[in-house]
Design a protein around this ligand. Structure first.
Ligand code: SF4
Length: 246
């Protein structure tokens, strides 16, 4: 795998929380489009789609984290906003992500993790803090939708199975349902999706925002209000900590 060196790793995102991205680019190549890919191309960190999908590992990530943690007092760090910590087909990324999470936890810092890959069962082991929040992104159960919009990411069933194993092992789990597609993108019912992840502790639901595709759906506002109501009711029924932004 190709590598790059960085001068710093931890930063506070525009969303207000601390995060780290120890890979430049992402082989998952999501086509919602991926906001991180758009920004990388705008600011010259990726030439085009093919370049974005050739990930480069930050080779000094662990060293940077150790140094930066000794200067900061943090409670939680998110992995990742502009890449995927468990990128399909890149074991080096998985190994580094586990080492970074272990390092965070050893310093008393919790990790919040979000992936469209397969979460490793090691995360339930004694090296890791049980207060970590382990999450998957999941907006559909339809594999033809996944192949079209998340071509390099893990199949949905694999993501869910890995998350469920971690939940059964006592980890705190989350499903991030965003960007939820409008019916002109894919016809689907939301209930089977919710049922498939009904074991989770936390659920986030959000609409499909930065694409003309979803904007073209005539009743977009009413559609998301209705799905938001279904999600809230589901979370209440199942005792899931839910958050709806749609
Ligand atoms: S997994 Fe995340 S970072 Fe990677 S291409 Fe998809 S949206 Fe972008």
């Amino acid at each position: 795998m190709e590598t790059v060196r960085r001068k710093s790793l931890l930063y506070r995102s525009g969303l207000g929380f601390w995060c780290l991205n120890h890979v430049q680019g992402c082989a998952h190549g999501c086509r919602y489009p991926c906001y991180a890919s758009m920004m990388a191309r705008r600011y010259g960190r990726a030439r085009d789609e093919a370049d974005w999908r050739r990930p480069r590992l930050v080779e000094n990530a662990l060293e940077l984290l150790g140094r930066e943690l000794s200067r900061k007092r943090l409670e939680v760090v998110h992995l990742c906003l502009t890449t995927d910590p468990f990128m399909v087909g890149f074991s080096e990324v998985t190994t580094t992500s586990l080492a970074l999470i272990e390092r965070l936890n050893a310093r008393g810092v919790r990790a919040s993790v979000l992936t469209k890959g397969v979460l490793p069962l090691e995360l339930a082991g004694p090296r890791f803090d049980r207060r970590n929040v382990l999450g998957i992104s999941l907006v559909s159960l339809d594999e033809s939708f996944r192949k079209r919009f998340e071509p390099g990411a893990a199949p949905y069933a694999d993501r869910i199975a890995a998350l469920e194993r971690l939940h059964a092992a006592g980890c705190r789990t989350l499903v991030h349902i965003e960007p939820y597609p409008t019916p002109n993108i894919v016809e689907q019912e939301i209930r089977p999706l919710l049922e498939a992840v009904s074991f989770v502790d936390e659920l986030y639901f959000g609409g499909w925002n930065y694409s003309p595709l979803a904007g073209a759906y005539p009743d977009r506002g009413a559609f998301y209000r209705d799905r938001g109501r279904i999600v809230r009711a589901f979370c209440r029924e199942r005792g899931i900590r839910g958050s709806v932004d749609a």
